[in-house]
Design a protein around this ligand. Structure first.
Ligand SMILES: [Zn+2]
Length: 137
């Protein structure tokens, strides 16, 4: 696979190496844990990596999916006026201690109809449900 641009005389020029150098620089300098790139930043780079079958596309896919999920979840929680208090319910349990017991609150997600993001994860606060057989983008 090659990447071409046209010069001033409308001649095709192979720029594959130049684009790959920029790709390597961008992906190599990318700290996946930092969250520096938005989904909109990562998506076209991912598209290029897949098209060219370059390294790091799995990592890029995971990064882009996580960014997309967080963006969609934030919008979903906001649109539905949901927060941790509305999504979680606590129950108190007695934990035995040396001198008697201690009350501990256990939190779990309230019953709800899962609302899946494009990436197949439920967008409810703290819900780990994943949709099965989500087609890959
Ligand atoms: Zn859920």
């Amino acid at each position: 696979m090659k990447i071409y641009a046209t010069d001033a005389e409308s001649c095709f020029v192979d720029i594959t190496e130049a684009v790959q150098a920029l790709y390597d620089l961008a992906v190599g300098s990318m700290n996946f844990g930092s969250g520096f790139w938005t989904y909109e930043d990562a998506a076209p780079v991912l598209k290029l990596a897949k098209l060219m079958d370059w390294d790091a596309d799995d990592e890029l896919q995971k990064y882009a999916d996580e960014k997309l999920f967080l963006t969609e979840r934030a919008a979903y929680l906001s649109d539905n006026d949901l927060n941790a208090e509305k999504c979680l319910e606590g129950s108190q349990e007695r934990i035995p201690t040396d001198g008697g017991y201690q009350l501990v609150t256990r939190w779990r997600v309230k019953k709800h109809d899962h609302a899946y993001s494009t990436t197949g994860q439920c967008m409810w606060y703290s819900c780990d449900a994943k949709e099965q057989d989500v087609p890959r983008r």
